[in-house]
Design a protein around this ligand. Structure first.
Ligand SMILES: Nc1ncnc2c1ncn2[C@@H]1O[C@H](COP(=O)(O)OP(=O)(O)OP(=O)(O)O)[C@@H](O)[C@H]1O
Ligand SMILES: [Mg+2]
Length: 327
């Protein structure tokens, strides 16, 4: 048995001669949330469609849940759940009918599907609209129904394309908690496309950053941060902006790289957080009280913006297009 839920190598797809995805190689581990990130048009949705077997690649190979997504697409889709960007519901049908029809396509028994569909609509706050036609639904209501539909047959692997866009704050929180519990408690695997980096930071164990169809970073935020930056930042709170004298003293501490004043002290760039005690000693020696010292951990958001900035710079600098900075 494969130790990966998804593996793909060199996935390449063009539309009308325009490359949408160029040589994508990634894997997804069972039980993880992998965040697929990148600006509009980067190739995220194309990746999901390829990996669910609804689109065939020009080049490349993939194994998803041990299956070939293109030769065994129907079998695969019985074990995957999909939330597409625009919900993709049939407007003429009611919420319940939309769910039951899909469940049957996925090989579920009709009466079992009705029961489960009812429960899921209830869970997503749509129980009272189960028998109403989708055409009258708001964006968020459609998304709730589509989420219920994605979970209907209790899939092992979920492709969630922007699951919280259009949802109100409470529904967003519920969906984030739901995704976390699907993986943590139920061992499900999730490929998540989102533009909400805070959400990705909360949920994802690893991130893949696409830019113009190419993979620019792939790994845990911590690994990627270590690859991207050789230094780290410490925030020193001394109750007011650091004096020039203190900044000079801080900059003299080995191996401080740079110290800049802030409203309440200084932001000190160091090669390693191990230097923190020396910074505190330098303050004390300068007769300055230290209120707080906070190492600033790099977040998924920091990593994303740095990768994007470097991808943009590479793309314009050498005319060769961008290359991965880490894999
Ligand atoms: N069916 C299609 N026909 C023609 N071009 C397509 C098709 N699907 C995708 N593309 C093109 O492929 C590229 C990647 O699109 P994709 O939908 O994968 O981007 P995305 O990363 O999901 O973007 P977004 O964040 O806006 O959802 C875009 O340039 C898009 O125009
Ligand atoms: Mg998309």
């Amino acid at each position: 048995m494969s130790t990966r839920s998804v593996r793909c190598e060199g996935l390449t797809k063009s539309f009308e001669g325009e490359p949408a995805l160029d040589g994508l190689t990634i894997d997804v581990r069972p039980g993880e949330v992998l965040a697929l990130l990148g600006p509009n048009g980067a190739g995220k949705t194309t990746t999901m469609r390829l990996l669910n077997g609804v689109l065939t690649p020009d080049l490349g190979t993939a194994t998803v849940l041990g299956l070939d997504p293109w030769a065994q697409g129907t079998e695969l889709r019985r074990r995957t759940g999909v939330l597409t960007e625009n919900a993709g519901l049939d407007e003429r049908f009611t919420a319940l009918e939309n769910l039951v029809t899909t469940a049957e396509l996925r090989g579920m028994d009709r009466s079992a599907a009705r029961v489960r569909a009812g429960e899921l609509l209830e869970r997503f706050g749509m129980g009272h609209r189960a028998d109403a036609r989708v055409q009258g639904f708001s964006t968020g209501q459609r998304k709730r129904v589509a989420l219920a539909r994605a979970l209907l047959h209790d899939p092992e692997l979920l492709y969630l394309d922007e699951p919280t866009s259009g949802l109100d704050p409470a529904a967003t929180r519920d969906v984030v908690e739901l995704i976390a519990s699907l993986t943590a408690e139920r061992g499900r695997t999730v490929v998540l496309c989102t533009h909400f980096l805070g959400e990705a930071g909360k949920l994802a164990s690893r991130m893949a950053v696409l830019f113009q169809g190419r993979l620019h970073a792939f790994g845990t935020p911590d690994q990627l941060a270590a690859d991207l930056w050789s230094d780290t930042e410490v925030r020193l709170d001394v109750g007011g902006p650091a004096s020039t004298e203190l900044l000079v003293a801080l900059a003299a501490v080995e191996p401080v790289v740079q110290a800049v004043p802030t409203d309440d002290g200084a932001l000190v760039r160091v090669r390693s957080a191990d230097v923190t005690p020396s910074l505190v000693r330098a303050c004390v020696a300068a007769g300055v009280d230290v209120h707080a010292v906070t190492p600033r951990a790099r977040t998924l958001e920091d990593v994303y913006f740095e990768v994007e900035a470097r991808a943009q710079a590479q793309g314009t600098d050498d005319g060769l297009g961008a290359r991965p900075v880490a894999t």
